[in-house]
Design a protein around this ligand. Structure first.
Ligand SMILES: [Zn+2]
Length: 105
């Protein structure tokens, strides 16, 4: 059993990220990596855009706002995770995307 260490750098903007977290919309999609130690959320935002949020536990690590549908944002989110923590995603330690809310308001 090997555990991959996760080095987290908050780059000094943790406060801003936490503040922003209160203005984000519902979580639409979530994916767990590294046995759940890292989580990626796709949240609704203003019309036609969404927010990709990477968390280590409750700590936000990276927030990216993109235009487009939440479903399409999954691809971008996977790329962001791959850049932050290169690993072979899809192995047993990573989950699949899970839809968190039905597509209605
Ligand atoms: Zn993964």
């Amino acid at each position: 059993m090997h555990r991959r260490p996760i080095a987290v750098s908050l780059e000094g903007n943790a406060e801003a990220l936490v503040r922003l977290s209160r203005t984000r919309g519902d979580i639409l999609w979530m994916r767990a990596h590294f046995e759940g130690r890292l989580r990626v959320e796709i949240r609704g935002s203003d019309r036609g855009s969404c927010v990709i949020l990477v968390r280590s536990g409750d700590e936000p690590i990276r927030e990216t706002r993109i235009t487009g549908e939440a479903e399409a944002a999954r691809e971008t989110a996977d790329r962001i995770i791959g850049e932050l923590y290169p690993h072979s995603c899809g192995s047993a330690e990573c989950g699949s995307w899970v839809a968190m809310a039905p597509n209605n308001k």
